[in-house]
Design a binder for this molecule. Structure first.
Ligand code: FAD
Length: 468
């Protein structure tokens, strides 16, 4: 049903586009239609349509999510931007001012967050402290309660567990620093050309389950590209199992989201006094206009919606974890923390009420052995991508790239831990499933980025409305 709709809508869109070029019989095609007319209706592999997402996101979710992300708990993210690139040596650190990241001075970060840097709640912190104390004593400390010993054991196991989709930064390293995300917004930095292409190319070429012989279309680094290769690429994508196709679409959706942001917060004017940031319509069209990109742009925007649905689904699944009474958004300010937890739960219940959630049950649903192998492949590819982020030559892009990959990795971890979440006790320590503060902050901020992109698409649609 979904596919037939997409096909029909695509066909109508194509006929509309072709027809409008002849003789003035049809109303002229607006610039908005050239970017958006194929981005409507049902999404491939999903039962949801773009218009439902737009309405839900732009009016119900986006404003509240922004408010949450401005709070202390979510605005400070600890990150190690100095980790060496594990794949090649010749990273040119782009010297542009807009690539710089200003880390926080230690007195800027609330004490509660600094002391709770690893774990999410006061209870968790106490357990970790007990654990560290036990380690210092160098022996099994009989004074630790049985419950604490069990939790500590489980958490150590958890931290190197195969459930993690990302190579997490060592946030205890002296090189890891807190960054205020509100003061270092994701926007146009001027990072482009061969250095940026190399990163995207390595991500797609080596990590998206693609056979060596098939080149991606329109890649500026791919030589000898042409229509036939483009067709081979898409028939290959069509022939893939739903999970592998999903992997490519998630990465492409993230790529599209980054490029929407840089077009929406573009450096429009610079004087010695100030910089003016805003929407750059031409930049947006070059990346997403159906004709200028030979149909690629609208496909990429659809991938962005697909990514949105996946992260939305993960958030809806993890509600029981956040509902537990001993979960806190711990910053040390009790009143403020309680208010923010209420807002967080309000948002999560709104998300849960979304009527057309992605059905992840079709994922890894086949033969168990085959499914486990696929899940492991998925995880390894994803961890590889998180390591590639250390090769991004622009620190601002590296910061947001790392955060968004960690956030997406956390979303996947949630989707693949459904049973563990369902079996969590309603109170007391959760042995089998937990999220670190880093994972929580990255999960919500990554989703905040995609939610902002969807909202920005509405802004671009309005701006393009009157351009022919
Ligand atoms: P690119 O976006 O570099 O794309 C390369 C090729 O990939 C394109 O020619 C096309 O064939 C293909 N492609 C493009 N989009 C998609 C898609 N959605 N799906 C599938 N294939 C696609 N720049 C900033 O200004 N601010 C940032 O915050 C920022 N963050 C970045 C983070 C990372 C991790 C990386 C790797 C780059 C980042 N950049 C950022 C750079 C930005 O993404 C572009 O690489 C840059 O603007 C050059 O764009 P381009 O038009 O040459 O094509």
């Amino acid at each position: 049903m979904g596919r037939r709709w997409v096909f029909l809508i695509g066909l109508v869109g194509a006929v509309w586009l072709l027809g409008s070029g002849h003789g003035g019989q049809q109303p002229p095609v607006t610039a908005a239609q050239r970017c958006f007319c194929q981005v409507s209706g049902y999404l491939d592999d999903c039962t949801c349509d773009v218009e439902t997402i737009d309405r839900f996101n732009n009016y119900r979710l986006f404003p509240r999510l922004q408010k949450l992300l401005e709070s202390d708990y979510f605005r400070y993210y600890k990150v190690n931007l100095k980790r060496p690139c594990p794949f090649w040596n010749d990273i040119s650190q782009c010297g542009r001012r807009d690539c710089a990241v200003r880390p926080c001075q230690s007195d800027e970060v609330p004490d509660g967050i600094k002391s709770a840097s690893y774990k999410y709640s006061e209870v968790a912190n106490n357990l970790i402290e007990e654990c560290e104390q036990a380690e210092r004593l160098g022996a099994v400390d009989e004074s630790l309660s049985e419950e604490t010993q069990k939790a500590v054991l489980q958490w150590t196991k958890h931290d190197d567990s195969s459930d993690n989709f990302c190579e997490a930064d060592d946030i205890q390293s002296p090189d890891a620093e807190y960054v205020d995300l509100l003061l270092n917004p994701e926007r146009y930095t001027g990072y482009k050309g061969p250095d940026a292409w190399k990163i995207w190319n390595v991500i797609y070429e080596e990590n998206c389950f693609k056979p060596q012989t098939i080149k991606r279309p329109l890649s500026p680094l791919a030589s000898g590209q042409g229509k036939s290769e483009e067709n081979t690429f898409y028939s290959w994508l069509e022939g893939l199992c739903v999970e592998k196709r999903a992997f490519y679409r998630l990465i492409s959706g993230l790529h599209a989201s980054i490029n929407v942001h840089l077009s929406a917060r573009y450096l429009l004017q610079e004087t010695w006094l100030e910089k003016k940031w805003g929407h750059n319509i031409t930049e947006f069209q070059q990346r997403f206009d159906g004709i200028l990109t030979e149909g690629e742009g609208p496909r990429r925007l659809k991938n962005l919606y697909f990514l949105y649905l996946i992260e939305l689904r993960a958030l809806s699944k993890v509600v029981p974890f956040f509902e537990r009474p001993d979960f806190q958004l711990f910053t040390g300010n009790k009143v403020h923390d309680a208010e923010k937890k209420m807002l967080l739960l309000e948002i999560l219940h709104e998300i849960k009420s979304f009527p057309l959630h992605f059905d992840e049950n079709s994922f890894f649903a086949g033969d168990k052995k085959e499914a486990n192998k696929l899940k492991e492949d998925f995880r390894l590819h994803f961890r590889n991508i998180s390591r590639i982020m250390d090769c991004v030559g622009c620190f601002k892009c590296r910061l947001w790239g790392k955060l968004q990959i960690q956030g997406l990795g956390t979303a996947l971890k949630i989707l693949f831990s459904e049973k563990l979440i369902a079996n969590m006790p309603e109170s007391g320590p959760s042995y089998e499933f937990h999220l670190t503060r880093q994972e929580i902050v990255s999960l919500f901020n990554a989703f905040g980025r995609i939610s902002t992109s969807v909202k920005e698409l509405e802004n671009f649609r309005n701006l393009l409305q009157n351009i022919h």
